[in-house]
Structure formats: C-alpha cells, structure tokens
Design a protein around this ligand. Structure first.
Ligand code: PEP
Length: 257
C-alpha cells in the first residue's frame, strides 16, 4: 500500500508574513489528517518560517529547487546541505518552469537528484510533455527519455524513494487539468517504465503524483486513479481552504473501501 502524498508548490508567492498567516490557518484544518503525507514548498526566504511553524505537526518541509554542488563560486544558488540543515525533507527537481525558463537540462536534474539523496532528503522529480509534443503523439517518448536521463545511475532503492510527478505542461497553471483518464494513463506509463528500466519492485513501490490544475472540484476523480498516489498542487495550494480540501478528499479516499 503506497501512502498518498500531497505537496504544495508556492512558486514565487508569499512573503514571510503571508507564509505565517497561511500556516496559522492551515495547521488547524489538517490536524486530523493521518493517512496522507503533506509537504509544503514555500520560497527560500520562507523556508525557516514554515520549518518552525510545522514543528510537531508531521507536515514535511519541501524546497522548490536546489543546486547540486555543496559550495563554491555559484552565485545565487543554495546547496543540498543548506536545505537539509534546516529540516527540509523533500526537494522539487526538474519542474517544467525550471526546465523552460532557467534552461535546466536532464544532466543537471540527474546531478541534483543524487545530491538530494546524499543529504538524506528525497526528490520530487517533475516530468511531462508540452502541448505540441502531446499533439504530435510524443508524450510517451518524452516521459521515457526524461525518466531514463533523470534517474540514471540511481540504485533501485533510491528510485523507489523518488516521488515522480507527472505534470503535463499544458495543464500547469492553465486551470485545465488533464482528464482523470489521461492523468492515469501518464502515471501508468511512468510506473511501467520504472519497472522496465529499474526493477519490478521499484515500479510497484515508487509513488507517483499527478500535477496540473488540481482543484477541490477535480481532486476526487484524479486522486482515485489506481496509479496516482498524490498530487503536486500549484495555484490551489496558495489558499489554505482549497489546499486543505484537496488533502481532505485524498484522505477520504484512503478510507473508502
Ligand atoms: C505546478 O506548478 O507544479 C502546478 C501543478 O501548478 P498548478 O496546480 O497551478 O497547475
């Protein structure tokens, strides 16, 4: 049985004051959640606020990015050691905005994943196709290439501990989520590939998230798909009510026979 995991991605939103306000409301709303793992990914400047605010709650701290070197002349970057030092448990790696806007390559993403594991944290690896690639029928080959290149050199245990978020780029921030059937097909393909490339056991154990315009109104159908073990939530995670509702729907599903 895979424990569902719902993670937020606040992107470039929320000051320290706003992060504090969010937490004050959010903590109360998810107090009763016991079967669903929750992770919050604020900006770097709010990481310590969120770390302190989450103490004793079981909610995990997640960073939105990391660099793969531990120190040196890399202006503007933050190392895995620095994130681990403040209690970070998960790191989002390879988000499509980092791939597209900041030109991150699969090679860099692969190094980041190893560096995250070296510091005892776990990566949330984002993969997904653009709208054009989808129209050209290339979704599966894009996912296959990203998985092969991003997970290269990891041992099966590490792969099974990676969270892979299938995020079709055309569904991110657009308000138009993939249909539950398409989201399931993408995740099923990812699981099958991991079974093939790594091992059957890793494919069965690895937790897969869907990401792309998850909202309270579509969460139930998306989260009830057999190969979807959780969600990566952008816009809807900025509001404590809607994020807590998505989590509560997911929790509910763990209790439905
Ligand atoms: C994301 O940024 O990973 C994401 C899924 O965003 P949204 O939920 O806003 O589509």
């Amino acid at each position: 049985m895979r424990t569902p995991i719902i993670a937020s991605n606040w992107k470039l939103h929320k000051t320290r004051k706003e992060s504090r306000e969010f937490l004050n409301q959010f903590r109360e709303k998810v107090k009763y959640i016991s079967e669903t793992e929750i992770a919050l990914a604020p900006t770097y400047t709010s990481l310590d606020i969120v770390a302190n605010g989450l103490e004793g709650t079981g909610i995990k701290l997640c960073a939105q990015n990391v660099y793969f070197e531990s120190e040196g002349a890399f202006t503007g970057e933050v190392s895995p050691e620095m994130l681990a030092e403040i209690g970070t448990k998960y790191v989002i790696v390879g988000h499509s905005e980092r791939r597209q806007i900041f030109r991150e390559t699969d090679g860099m993403i692969n190094k980041k994943i190893s560096a995250v594991f070296e510091q005892g944290m776990k990566p949330i690896l984002c993969i997904g196709e653009t709208e054009d690639q989808r129209k050209q029928g290339k979704t599966e080959s894009v996912l296959q290439n990203q998985l092969r290149n991003d997970l290269r050199g990891l041992d099966p245990e590490q792969v099974s501990e990676t969270i892979v978020a299938y995020e079709p780029i055309w569904a991110i921030g657009t308000g138009e989520s993939a249909s539950p059937a398409d989201a399931q097909a993408g995740c099923k393909f990812v699981r099958e590939q991991i079974k093939k490339i790594v091992s059957k056991e890793a494919g069965e154990k690895v937790r897969l998230q869907y990401g792309g315009s998850i909202k309270p109104h579509n969460a139930r159908e998306l989260m009830s798909q057999p190969d979807i073990d959780g969600g990566l939530v952008g816009s809807a995670s900025l509001d404590p009510d809607s994020f807590a509702e998505i989590i509560s729907i997911t929790e509910d599903l763990t209790k439905t026979p």
